[in-house]
Design a protein. Structure first.
Length: 403
């Protein structure tokens, strides 16, 4: 089978996803186009250089609707002969775009793709597209639907993680993110966002709170306790599914959950012939990809079975992986991953994660693949695994190997 290689990976800084965020004036199409232009310029992609642009975005309504991928191509400097495909696998949309592109190449359907995603959470609010699993009683009741924050708290309760455990992980995420920025580890991948006058709007992740400590985190109220215990009382739904639990321990809050931000990321993937034709050197090969469905109530445990599956499919063991990127949707997600595989926390999210820098839903999967590749190169390591939990009970993973 044809190998699929990563030739380049870029991302924008992540802006606070609210009206006073630095990227609030930028549309999803414009931000995506700037990422596409960066990949074009960095890699001399003239004419019909890639087969397709596969672009993830989760809330596909308003300015993020109408096949955003194709609109972004037309708004960019890429040739209009390049089509676009918008996809949605919730938080793994950016990763799924990369995985789809890689598997298309492996199957012989084109020599190269650009894959990634975008989410402007400050402009198109999460959930504004509706969701049958949440609003259709015939589905919600049968699946024991609860919001993701409740699911994160179920994980903490089921697997024995305390508020201090979650806060310690959150504090470490902030510490690592600051160290990464101070050490300029993201410099080779960051695309500064410009306005129409080519003036820089944002060149750093602005959500970070490097002064975070256990005392400041300890002063935050649990974010999901009221909706769990009072109205509408989702804890009762969860306990019907998990009757062995006496009660749900609500440990998550704004400080140990992922930040709402705006951002975009893209990855250039191609076969050997593409690289030779364009004078490009591959940085890594995409060794294996996978996706899996899981319990829709606890919802966010997907990284564990996804990792089990991708290791089995690739004939690898957890000890064969040098570095891990596990999306910090909530602290308990990462804690559960570390617990399940007994991995050294020093190898997981080395440069911080979504708790510190934010989680632009449709882009994060592509962001963590790029971050993983950069860190493998920086530390001269070989193999990395990226994985995310996914709403409605799914998981996805990608293994990359330097070449």
């Amino acid at each position: 089978m044809t190998e699929a290689y990563i030739y380049d990976a870029v991302r924008t800084p992540r802006g606070k996803g609210r009206k006073d965020g630095s990227l609030h004036e930028v549309t999803a199409v414009s931000l995506s186009a700037q990422v596409l232009n960066a990949l074009k310029e960095r890699n001399n992609l003239d004419g019909h250089a890639v087969e397709d642009v596969i672009w993830g975005n989760v809330t596909q309504v308003m300015e993020q609707g109408g096949c955003l991928a194709r609109t972004a191509v037309l708004a960019s400097d890429l040739d209009e002969s390049i089509p676009g495909l918008a996809i949605n696998r919730f938080c793994a949309s950016g990763m799924e775009a990369v995985n789809l592109a890689a598997n298309q190449i492996k199957g012989g359907a084109g020599q190269a793709y650009i894959a990634g995603g975008v989410e402007m959470m400050g402009r198109v609010p999460m959930g504004s597209d509706g969701a049958a699993i949440a609003v259709d009683p015939s589905v919600a009741m049968n699946t024991y639907f609860v919001p993701q924050g409740i699911s994160a708290d179920i994980i903490a309760t089921e697997y024995g993680f305390s508020r201090d455990d979650a806060d310690q992980l959150a504090m470490e995420s902030q510490k690592r993110a600051k160290a990464a920025w101070d050490d300029k580890r993201f410099d080779g991948s960051i695309v500064a966002v410009k306005d129409q006058n080519d003036l820089t709007i944002l060149d750093h992740d602005e959500y970070m709170r490097p002064g975070t400590d256990m005392q400041s985190l300890g002063g935050l109220n649990p974010a999901f306790q009221a909706m769990g215990e009072v109205m509408p009382g989702f804890d009762k739904v969860a306990l019907m599914k998990y009757p062995h639990l006496e009660k749900i321990n609500h440990i998550h809050h704004a400080g140990n959950s992922s930040g709402i931000v705006d951002g975009s990321a893209g990855v250039l993937i191609g076969n050997k012939e593409f690289g030779e034709a364009h004078g490009l050197k591959p940085r890594a090969r995409i060794r294996q990809t996978c996706k899996i469905g899981t319990d829709p109530t606890i919802m966010l445990t997907g990284p564990v079975p996804a990792t089990q599956k991708i290791l089995a499919d690739s004939g690898m063991a957890i000890g064969d992986i040098d570095l891990f990127e596990v999306n910090e949707a909530f602290a308990s997600v990462v804690l559960r991953f570390q617990q399940a595989f007994d991995v050294d926390p020093a190898l997981v999210n080395v440069n911080g994660g979504s708790i510190a820098m934010g989680h632009p839903l449709g882009a994060t999967g592509a962001i963590i693949i790029g971050t993983l590749l950069d860190e493998l190169e920086r530390t001269d390591k070989e193999v990395g695994l990226a994985t995310l939990c996914i709403a409605s009970g799914m998981g996805a993973a990608t293994i990359i190997e330097r070449v």
